[in-house]
Structures are given as structure tokens and as C-alpha cells.
Design a protein around this ligand. Structure first.
Ligand code: NOJ
Length: 702
């Protein structure tokens, strides 16, 4: 390959911009990959230029933001995480790949595996929540799903993007190595171990150094430590961003910084295209560096079989198969979290008069959620439609037209309809555009006049089932109090309606569990379950604002860590979710078997309804070289237990799983190698991160 041909491979373009000028580039072999452009015909046309009109005939990589479905849209990734069912996510990814590949897309820019502890950040919607173990399981599953069905995964955003200060997108992150290794990197490692064919750099500066120029991440960790040969692509123009970041004076310098940090493909930045040859001529870049990058690109093209088969059939594409729609429905059922129920759910009586209200009850587009380029709203089945199709007696008065609507003019109609109904199903939340990239919020309340409408409906005295469809956790304490039952369904995708209707009527039992802590108020953020305890954890007798007498003198005794407006209690904890039945945990045994720890317990369905339970394995290290989180998820099982029956769950823990990054030693410490003589761990199985089943203490002696 000539130097120009190599550099061409490193260039990724969106052909829809400036399309005429770009045609020549394809014919000259100056483009290695495209993004966007979904028509099979168009993909083939561009591919023909690359394959038939260039000297080497190297096919293009065709990428697209396929995030949580292609035509059939599944719940947003955060909602998929709420299923605690990686196999379901894997299957959804596989069916998504079938749809996308059928129009020529071979490279999905997902999964996004950024662990997110701040719901203000709009992109929490795109990831798998605040826990790195859950996110790791989902990450590996989605990679397997795509790649077993001919579509390469692109794991993003490498790395540390989600810890942005203030929850504001693209903002700086400061992440000590211990936290980077223990919290933010594990899902990337899991995805790489699952064979992910590519990764994407992140936009942000991490500890002052943006990822596109970050040799520590891209070479030391990804290549040297993890031995990954996956392709590393920039994010959209993230190389050029080195200029506003304040790292480089101009684009040429940015190109140099990026290649030196082994950013291998430049997405829509034209940096390599414009400057790499010059930098090689000047001796600033070695051709060997370019060869390394091009090898990754060609390897991925080989792995995808593009050299044998660069074109896609132009017949009827795959979309909305019965299998995909059924799985999308199941994902809603399994990922919807029941947060409160005073017994109103399920609605067993088909004869009751139901008022459907709220701004999200019949919004085909909004229920799809963020990052939907190819899903078609006309295929969405809304809750209103699904309830009517089920033959329920339904009246409909939304009261508000969209989530930010502040007009109260339709309230009276909704209240009048409520008075004539037996139950109110109120669909609240956020429109799709309020979460996702760059859609960060400084407040997390329900937008518009939704709370006011709910307050008016409450005055009718009719029972209220509140359903929240949103891209993130919201601070809904007040609304939860007003409701008789609360379901949190995130944005559920194409089949939101049928999935929720099955849950309302008891045809399906909600089995979602929260993948993020729900704060009571924004001021508690960042607020995540696996935080450190502090030396002065919140005391039981913490004195809140209104309890302090006027003129109270300064005091320093008995002070503990909390806020004057709130204790360190969330609205709902990580891992939480109710069911239409109840479960009892018993016989939890923790034993040492050599260096491994065996954990088992019995879970009994003590109610009248068959249902899934999510058993969660938590650990806490009581002493050791470093302070460790108050609890950490180390395993989970989602199991179906018929009413009245019991099931045993068991887990094996290795010393490595109990270890953590040891900065002084620059390596992961297994717990059996700690400097202290004895290390105690508390280990327990529980239905959520706050639930106190009795932990067993296990000691390791050094
Ligand atoms: C920017 C986003 O950060 C990234 O997630 C996405 O895949 C690319 N743009 C391509 O659209």
C-alpha cells in the first residue's frame, strides 16, 4: 500500500455532508469507512466505488449509531439494564444486528458502557447504570449479540467520559487511577474480553488529557495490558477538539498528538487526511505508526468478511419480525420497575373504567427514547392503544400535550374524566429529546406542569397508578407519595404499550430492578450505592435543617456526614424493585473452599403469583490496605420461582473478584495478598443494595 492508500483507510466520513465533493475521495481510495447512509442501494453504490474503482479495492466499513435497536426499538440501554437479564440484551442485540445488516450496516457504535453515577448527565440513558459489574455483564452480552450476527460492536467512550463534572456533557473528568481501574474500566475490559472488534475514544479530558491524545489509555492499557487488537476510532471530530481543549494550537498539531496516542481512525475530522503525509515527510511520524493503525482497520474488515462479501442484497430488508416484537415486549415487562404498590396493581377487573392521562400515554415517537435514527414511530404501540386493544374500558384525557407543557387549560377535562373513572393511569416523564447526548439537566423534577396535573387528579380521590417514562432517574418523591402504585419504565421502545399493558393486567409480573440509585433531591448527586462509608457516616440522630433551634451555637461534637435537608438515604436504592408477590431469603451460607468462597441461599416465593426474583450478591471489605465501598455487587441471578416454591441460588467468589487496583503496586491486588495480617469480608445475598439480610463474615489470613 502507498502511504496515501494507508492514510485513506484511516479516514471515516459521513457522506451526507458535502456529498458531491466527497465522491471523488471514495474513488481515489481516500476513505476507509463511512457512518450514516442507511439505504442498501446507497451503501452498495459507495462500496462499489471503493471496491471497483480504486487500485486496491478495499471495501468500506459502514458504521451507524445503532444503539438500542434498528427498526424495532428495545428499551433504552438503562431500561435494558433494569431487566438484569444479560441474555435478553444479547438476544435483542442479535435481532438488532439482523435488521441493521440487512441494509448494509456492519458496525454499530454501541454498546456505551460508561458507568454513570450522575443522572443529570443526559447519556445515562445510553449506558447500563452506576454499577461496573452489572454494566460489565451487559457490555459483554451486547458485544456477543451483535458480533454473532455479523455486526461489529464499537464499545464507547474510552474512557472515563461519564464522570463529567456537574453532570454536564463533554465536561472534564478527574478520576484517580484506583477509581478508573475499579469503576470505569471493567466494563470496557469485559467487552474486550468478549471479543469487541472496536472501541471509540471519548470526547472529554480525563485528568487533563483528552482520550484522543491519551497514550496511557490507548496504548498502555488497551494494547499493552489488555493485549487488545481491536480498532480504536475517534469520536466525531474528537481529534480536532484538542484545539478547544487547549492542547494543540492547530489541526496539524492535533493530528500529531492523535497518531502518537494511537487513535487509529479519524471520524469526520479529516486530520489524518489533511496532515499525516506531511508529518511523515517531516519525520515527525514514522510510517510504522501508520502501519499499526491500518492493520487494525484491515483486520476488522477481514473479521467481518467484507473482502469476500462487500455488498448487501437490495431486496426487502429485515424489520419488525414477530420474534423481535415479542422480545421487545418482554424487555419492557422485564425492565419495568415496580417502585410502589398498595395493592391496586395488577388491575384484575376488566370491567373497571380506566382513565388514561398524562403527556406520555400516546406518544409514538417519545416512547422510543434517545438515539433513534432508524426506528419508525408509526410502528410504536403506545400504552393507550395497547389498553384499548386489550378490551379495557378506557377514556383518554392527557391533560398535557407533551412533557414540558405548562398549559393548564385541559386540566378540567382530565379531572372531570377522572371523577367518572375507577382508576387513573397517569403517564408522566420526559420526552425523548430531554436525555441522550448533550441533554443534561440541572433539575431532575418532572418537566412542565405534570406534577400540578397529578395534584389536581389526586383531589378526585381516585386511585392513581403513576407510570414514569424517562431517560434517567427523576426526583419524584412528591409524586410517589400521591400515587397508589408507581412503575418506572424508562423509555421502552416500540412495544412499550403492550409490555406495560401486560404488567397492568398481571399478564406479566414486573421484575425490573433499578440500575441506578434514585436520589431524593439533586443536591445528593453524585449519589451511588457503592460509595465509601467516610470516617463519620450519617448518624441515626442526624439533625435536619428544621430541627436546629434559632440561634444555635457552634458545636463540633457528634457531627456526621449528611445534608441539612436530607440524610444519606436515597428515594430508592440501587437494585430495588417490587413484584406482585413476595420473596423470603433464608439459609444463606458462606463457606471457604480453598481460596474460593462458595455462597448459597434459598429464596421462597411466599405469595400467590409466579414471578422472577433477582438475587444479588454483595460484599464489603471490613479492613485492609484501602477503604472500600460500603457494599459492592459481585454477582446476581434472575430466577423464576412459582408461587409457594423455593429455589437455591449459588455463587462462587474468587480472591481476584474481591481484590482491587493497588496504585502503589500498579496492579490488581487479590485480597489474599494484602499487607494486613487478616482481612475480613462481609458477604450476603439480598434483594437490593440496602436490604439487610444477615451478612456472614469471612476472614483471609495472610
Ligand atoms: C458522537 C457521540 O458521542 C457518539 O456516541 C456517536 O457514536 C458519534 N457521535 C457518531 O454519531
Amino acid at each position: 500500500m502507498t502511504l496515501e492508500e494507508k492514510i485513506g483507510q484511516m479516514n471515516q466520513l459521513d457522506p451526507s455532508y458535502d456529498s458531491e465533493a466527497k465522491e471523488a475521495l471514495f474513488r481515489e481510495g481516500r476513505v476507509g469507512a463511512i457512518l450514516n447512509g442507511v439505504e442498501a442501494k446507497e451503501v452498495n453504490r459507495l462500496q462499489r466505488m471503493a471496491v471497483e474503482e480504486t487500485r486496491l479495492g478495499i471495501p468500506l466499513l459502514v458504521g451507524r449509531d445503532v444503539i438500542h435497536g434498528f427498526r424495532t426499538i428495545y428499551p433504552i440501554p438503562l431500561g435494558q439494564a433494569a431487566t438484569w437479564d444479560p441474555e435478553l440484551a444479547e438476544q435483542a442485540a442479535a435481532l438488532t444486528a439482523d435488521e441493521a445488516v440487512s441494509v448494509g450496516i456492519r458496525w454499530a457504535f454501541s454498546p456505551m458502557v460508561d458507568v454513570a453515577r450522575d443522572p443529570r448527565w443526559g447519556r445515562v440513558a445510553e449506558g447500563y447504570g452506576e454499577d461496573s459489574y452489572l454494566a460489565s455483564r451487559m457490555a459483554a452480552a451486547v458485544v456477543r449479540g451483535y458480533q454473532s450476527h455479523n455486526m461489529a460492536a464499537c464499545v464507547k467512550h474510552f474512557a472515563g467520559y461519564s464522570a463529567s463534572e456537574g453532570g454536564r456533557d463533554y465536561n472534564t473528568t478527574w478520576i484517580p487511577e484506583v477509581q478508573l481501574r475499579d469503576v470505569y474500566l471493567p466494563p470496557f475490559k469485559a467487552a474486550v474480553d468478549a471479543g469487541a472488534m472496536s472501541l471509540m475514544c471519548s470526547f472529554n479530558a480525563i485528568n487533563g488529557l483528552p482520550s484522543s491524545a491519551n497514550k496511557h489509555l490507548n496504548v498502555d492499557i488497551l494494547r499493552d495490558e489488555w493485549q487488545s487488537d481491536a480498532l480504536l476510532v475517534s469520536d466525531w471530530g474528537s481529534g480536532m477538539d484538542l484545539i478547544p481543549h487547549g492542547l494543540c494550537a492547530d489541526r496539524k498539531e492535533a493530528a500529531l498528538r492523535c497518531i502518537n496516542a494511537r487513535m487509529e481512525m479519524d471520524m469526520q475530522g479529516n486530520l489524518y487526511h489533511d496532515y499525516l503525509a506531511e508529518l511523515v515527510a517531516e519525520g515527525k511520524v514514522k510510517e510504522r505508526q501508520i502501519d499499526e493503525c491500518v492493520k487494525s482497520i484491515l483486520r476488522m474488515k477481514y473479521r467481518l468478511g467484507l473482502f469476500e462479501n462487500p455488498y448487501v442484497p437490495e431486496e426487502e430488508p429485515i424489520a419488525y419480525s414477530a420474534e423481535a416484537l415479542a422480545l421487545a415486549t418482554e424487555a419492557v415487562e422485564q425492565g419495568t420497575v415496580l417502585l410502589k404498590n398498595n395493592g391496586i396493581l395488577p388491575l384484575n377487573n376488566k370491567e373497571i373504567q380506566v382513565l388514561v392521562s398524562g403527556p406520555l400515554a400516546d406518544q409514538q415517537k417519545e416512547q422510543l427514547g434517545t438515539w433513534v435514527f432508524d426506528g419508525e414511530p408509526e410502528h410504536s404501540v403506545t400504552p393507550l392503544k395497547a389498553l384499548r386493544d386489550m378490551g379495557l374500558k378506557v377514556s383518554y384525557e392527557p391533560g398535557l400535550q407533551y412533557s414540558r407543557d405548562k398549559r393548564t387549560s385541559d386540566f378540567a377535562k382530565a379531572v372531570a374524566a377522572a371523577s367518572k373513572s375507577d382508576v387513573i393511569l397517569f403517564f408522566a416523564g420526559e420526552e425523548a429529546i430531554l436525555s441522550g447526548e448533550a441533554r443534561c439537566r440541572a433539575e431532575l423534577s418532572l418537566p412542565g406542569a405534570q406534577t400540578e396535573l397529578l395534584t389536581e387528579l389526586k383531589k378526585t380521590g381516585k386511585p392513581i397508578v403513576l407510570v414514569v417514562m424517562a431517560g434517567r432517574p427523576l426526583t419524584i418523591g412528591k409524586e410517589v407519595e400521591m400515587a397508589d402504585a408507581v412503575l418506572y419504565s424508562f423509555h421502552g421502545g416500540t412495544m412499550t404499550g403492550p409490555g406495560l399493558a401486560n404488567v397492568f393486567t398481571g399478564k406479566a409480573v414486573p421484575s425490573g430492578r433499578l440500575p441506578m440509585t434514585f436520589p431524593k433531591m439533586v443536591g445528593q448527586i453524585p449519589f451511588y450505592y457503592n460509595r465509601l462509608n467516610s470516617g463519620r457516616p450519617c448518624a441515626d440522630d442526624a439533625v435536619l435543617m428544621d430541627d436546629i433551634p434559632a440561634g444555635a451555637p457552634q458545636f463540633s461534637i457528634g457531627a456526621s456526614s449528611y445534608w441539612l435537608e436530607s440524610t444519606v438515604e436515597p428515594l430508592f436504592p440501587f437494585g430495588f424493585g417490587l413484584s406482585y408477590t413476595t420473596f423470603a431469603y433464608s439459609g444463606i451460607e458462606v463457606t471457604k473452599n480453598g481460596e474460593q468462597i462458595e455462597v448459597s441461599g434459598t429464596i421462597t416465593n411466599t405469595g400467590m403469583t409466579d414471578a422472577y426474583e433477582v438475587a444479588q450478591l454483595y460484599v464489603h471489605q471490613c479492613s485492609g490496605d484501602l477503604a472500600r465501598p460500603i457494599c459492592e455487587l459481585k454477582g446476581f441471578r434472575k430466577i423464576f420461582i412459582p408461587a409457594g416454591e423455593s429455589r437455591t441460588v449459588s455463587f462462587t467468589l474468587t480472591p481476584e473478584q474481591l481484590g482491587y487496583w493497588h496504585e502503589a503496586k500498579k496492579g490488581y491486588e487479590s485480597c489474599v495478598w494484602y499487607a494486613t495480617d487478616k482481612v475480613d469480608f462481609k458477604i450476603w445475598i439480598a434483594p437490593d443494595s440496602r436490604c439487610q439480610t444477615v451478612p456472614t463474615i469471612i476472614s483471609f489470613l495472610n
